[in-house]
Design a protein around this ligand. Structure first.
Ligand code: SF4
Ligand code: SF4
Ligand code: SF4
Length: 343
């Protein structure tokens, strides 16, 4: 093995070290997880020319080519120059230098997304368009953040398990004159959502507004379009979710019913918040941990600084994770009968 290999630098460059000495896997970003199918020939070329001939669909929706030898990395970096320009600069509007050196950082991970309203009937939003808008606010940056965008509260994109998860929600509008009292929406909400609808004595719908999650199941089943999604787009923001070896946990709701402009303003503050926590020295620490280090209230203050929240937006007063605050007290013990069985 070449002992001069700087693995840390290559990782920043979006190459991951292999268990085979001297080999690496390239991870090409696909922000929002949709791009023109013509780019499959790019990963095919890399895999067949410099990799081991296989292709891996990255768990964060990157296009991965394993088995690239260290001595070929410069050639691969030069080859992906056009891909980076077309995807990052042309599609996402990222402000970055384009050169033969490949990706400048792995800090902000590829922004994941479900397919959203380009295909899914349940979707409230266009997920890839939002992901691309967020991409230009968080990339390139050496501060680590994992983000995912889901088109509806079904959360196929696992937004609940990312540093930041954005979920498209909709406010439903009810036109009682169109309602024929079939109760289809009541059953749909009962089976798929939060049971907040009921049929009243007049054959019309009553709704408990407290707990509507804005999923749109009621809209999908209504035969007369008495329920419709409001044209204005809304989002829910989840923070602090993560997988990983140390204290994996589900995220918690930070904002609900935020509109797009303040949402993007908030992401515009991410790098500044991270710099504050890390004292301007980026390290390999992910966003959820940065929130833990700052504490929720400081995080809230900095991330919402200058953000012009829409009047409907609700903000969590407090967020508390037992996994962060009481980590010293988390112990696993065998039940006494297992102890005995193990004797
Ligand atoms: S999260 Fe919702 S919009 Fe996205 S794929 Fe799943 S059901 Fe469809
Ligand atoms: S949008 Fe609200 S009312 Fe409609 S099904 Fe979902 S939770 Fe129920
Ligand atoms: S599904 Fe539509 S028509 Fe049927 S009860 Fe609900 S709102 Fe009324």
């Amino acid at each position: 093995m070449n002992h001069d290999i700087d693995v840390k630098k290559l990782r920043i460059n979006c190459f991951r070290q292999s268990k085979v000495p001297g080999e690496f896997m390239l991870q090409m970003r696909v922000p929002g997880a949709i791009i023109d199918a013509k780019y499959l020939t790019v990963i095919q070329e890399i895999a067949q020319k410099w990799g081991n001939g296989t292709f891996h669909m990255g768990t964060r929706q990157t296009l991965n080519a394993p088995g690239i030898k260290y001595e070929n990395i410069d050639a691969v970096n030069a080859y992906i120059k056009d891909y980076i320009k077309e995807v990052e600069v042309d599609l996402c509007g990222v402000d970055m230098d384009i050169n033969d050196k490949g990706y400048p950082t792995i800090g902000a991970r590829n922004i994941m997304a479900c397919i959203g309203n380009v295909h899914c009937i349940k979707a409230n939003i266009n997920t890839y368009e939002l992901a691309r808008k967020i991409e230009r606010l968080v990339f390139p940056s050496h501060y680590h953040i994992k983000l995912s965008v889901a088109g509806c509260p079904n959360d196929c994109a696992k937004a609940n398990f990312n540093d930041f998860g954005v979920i498209g929600v909709a406010r439903m509008e009810y036109d009682k004159d169109r309602c024929i009292g079939c109760a289809g929406c009541v059953h749909a909400c009962e089976h798929h959502a939060t049971r907040v609808l009921s049929l009243n004595a007049h054959g019309k719908i009553d709704k408990d507004y407290c707990c509507c999650v804005g999923c749109g199941e009621c809209v999908l089943v209504c035969p007369t379009s008495a329920w419709t999604r409001s044209p204005k787009k809304y989002y829910r923001v989840i923070i602090g979710g993560r997988s990983g070896k140390q204290y994996p946990r589900m995220g918690k709701m930070f904002l609900n019913w935020i509109t797009e402009e303040p949402l993007l303003q908030m992401f515009g503050n991410w790098q500044k918040f991270s710099a504050w926590v890390m004292n301007n020295r980026p390290e390999y620490i992910h966003g959820g941990h940065l929130i833990d280090m700052a504490g929720y209230h400081k995080f809230k203050e900095l991330i919402l600084e200058g953000v012009d929240l829409n009047p409907e937006c609700l903000v969590a007063e407090d967020i508390y994770w037992v996994e962060a605050e009481q980590r010293a007290n988390i112990h696993l013990k065998p039940l006494s009968k297992h102890k005995q069985a193990g004797k």
